[in-house]
Structure formats: C-alpha cells, structure tokens
Write a protein that binds this ligand. Sequence first.
Ligand SMILES: O=c1nc2n(C[C@H](O)[C@H](O)[C@H](O)CO)c3cc(O)ccc3cc-2c(=O)[nH]1
Ligand SMILES: C[C@H]1O[C@@H](n2cnc3c(N)ncnc32)[C@H](O)[C@@H]1O
Ligand code: SF4
Length: 316
Amino acid sequence: MSQNIVTYSPAYTIVPTYECFNRCSYCNFRTDPGKSPWLTLLEAESILQRLQNQGICEILILSGEVHPLSPRREAWFQLIYDLCVLALAMGFLPHTNAGPLSFPEMQRLKNVNVSMGLMLEQLTPKLLNTVHFHAPSKLPDVRLQQLEWAGKLQIPFTTGLLLGIGETEDDCWQALAAIADLHKQYKHIQEVILQPHSPGNLQTLNAEAFDPRLLPKLIEKARNILPAEITIQIPPNLVTDDNWLLACLDAGARDLGGIGPKDEVNPDYPHLQKHKLMEILKTAGWELVPRLPVYPHFYSWLNEEMVTAVKNYGVA
Ligand SMILES: O=c1nc2n(C[C@H](O)[C@H](O)[C@H](O)CO)c3cc(O)ccc3cc-2c(=O)[nH]1
Ligand SMILES: C[C@H]1O[C@@H](n2cnc3c(N)ncnc32)[C@H](O)[C@@H]1O
Ligand code: SF4
C-alpha cells in the first residue's frame, strides 16, 4: 500500500442564492436579501447536463442564507432540497453547506446528501464584536449545536476553521479540541478544513491573507489534536506557493478538497489545472488521487438511495 497519497474531490459548486442575511466582513460571496435572483431548477439542469461525463462526482451546494424566521425560508429550503434531488437524478453526489439548519431541515437533507458540511470558523466569542458582528449564524453555540445535530443524525460531516480573522493560536487549539470532542462522541467528522483567510475585492474586512508560512506548524499541531481517522484538508488555491503547499503535506494534510472550475467563495483565487497540481506533487513523491465526497467508512450510515448513487461510481 502506497503511503504517499493525497486526495481531492472532483467537484462543481452550485449556488442556490448569493443573498444572505449575515454580513461576515470577510465574505466576497454574499449580496443583500432580495438582491440576487435564485437559481431555477431549469438553469441547474442545464448546468448539470454540461457537466456530465467530465469526471465530476461531487456537487457542492453552497448557499447564502435566508433568515430562519423569514416567510421565504421554506421556499429557500425547498429549492436546496430539489437541487439535491436533481443532482442525484443526474448521477452526481450532493454535499450541502447552506449555513445553520433547523433539526428537521438537517434531517430532511440527510436523505438527499451523501455528506454535509458547515465550518465551525472559530469558537472564540470575541469575533462577535468584529468580523461576525452582523452574523448571527456564526454564533459559536449555534455552530457547535449544528455539529452535534449532524452527529446525532449520523451525517458524514465536513467542518473546519477559518484562519486569520482575528483569532489567536490558542483559539485555534480550543476550536480543534471542541471538534475532536464532538467526534469522539459521534464519530461523524470526515474531514477538517484549515482555510486561510484570503482577501477578495468585495469584502469589507481590511486584513492581510493568513500567512501561509504559519500553516505547516498549525497542521502539525492539529494532527495531534484531531483523531487519526479525521483527514486534514487544505485548499491548494489558497496556498499559492508550491513549497508551502508541499510543507503542508509534510505536516500532515492529506486532502485538497473540492477542485473545480470556480471557487465560489474565493473567486480571485482560481485552482491550478489538475495536471499542473499533479506535477508539483509528483516532484515531492506525492500521488494525487480523486475521491468521493463521502468516505467509505460512512457508507453504512447512508440510505439505500445514497448507497445506489455511490455504487454507480464503481465503489461500495
Ligand atoms: O472549492 C471549495 N470547496 C469548499 N468546500 C468543499 C470541500 O472542499 C469538499 O469538496 C467537501 O468537503 C466534500 O468532500 C467546503 C465544504 C464545506 O463543507 C465547508 C466549506 C467549504 C469551503 C469550500 C471552499 O471555500 N471552496
Ligand atoms: C464556505 C466557507 O468559506 C470560508 N470563507 C468565507 N470567506 C472567505 C475568505 N475571504 N477567505 C477564505 N475563506 C473564506 C468560510 O469559512 C465559510 O464557512
Ligand atoms: S460567509 Fe456565509 S454566512 Fe457569512 S455572509 Fe458570506 S454567505 Fe453569509
């Protein structure tokens, strides 16, 4: 068995809506409520048709958020649900990250997703006075509760930290320890993303990019805090120097996340072409291998329909 494998998920991101009632000051994705048209199922169908037979497995459904008490919340949720059903019908594997959900919403989405995700971001409440001042969805207790519900519902889950938004190193260790604790109870975390803050043109936060030279040490320490079965993921387009990227792998990162034509969250940071990335990794002896958005040890948590969808990729 080769030990020098790095995985990635051939993915395409579908955005139900960019409108969001939160205003995270580092966000380059959101528009104001009512200001962005929602994706229609017809538009989605034509996008997905063009993606067929291109080696893409994962459809990442990434959304701005309609307030839980808004009269438009139900239609917003239904659109996300229907997009998952459509992606499945067309042979793709959905992974939804649409911000915090109610327990029944999460329960319903489990039926039409092979895995789901929500970044913890950070745990320290001091960010509520800064980058998350206008972002009730980023209340640490709300995020922790989401991770707990995902565990109770046995949803294979992706979470992670956003780095360089005003936290200290110690804040990172505490956030990682909280993820490790929840995982020890429910065994549901498949990967933890260590996402460096990367400034774009639309955000209001005036802060530097997270210094990528700090990443390897952070990954090494994260590797010690997190149980071994949780994979550490780093986004290669946000670690723009080849040597730093390789240093991240040496430190214990083993996955490069969803790689597709556009990074919707960080549109100013395009991904390298796959063969370029492969070449860089190869020089250091790493092999880049595609994976599905759900890891094999979670197949027993999926319903029959999700297992069938996964089986179409010749695994399970
Ligand atoms: O291309 C991206 N994929 C992102 N992904 C997808 C991720 O890289 C993988 O495709 C999934 O983890 C599925 O395996 C996220 C998934 C989450 O659950 C939470 C946050 C993200 C963030 C990004 C992102 O910024 N860019
Ligand atoms: C989908 C995820 O994208 C991350 N995210 C949001 N804005 C930025 C940015 N400027 N740089 C890096 N990551 C970002 C957050 O962690 C969010 O949860
Ligand atoms: S990061 Fe997510 S929750 Fe925050 S403003 Fe952007 S879309 Fe909304």
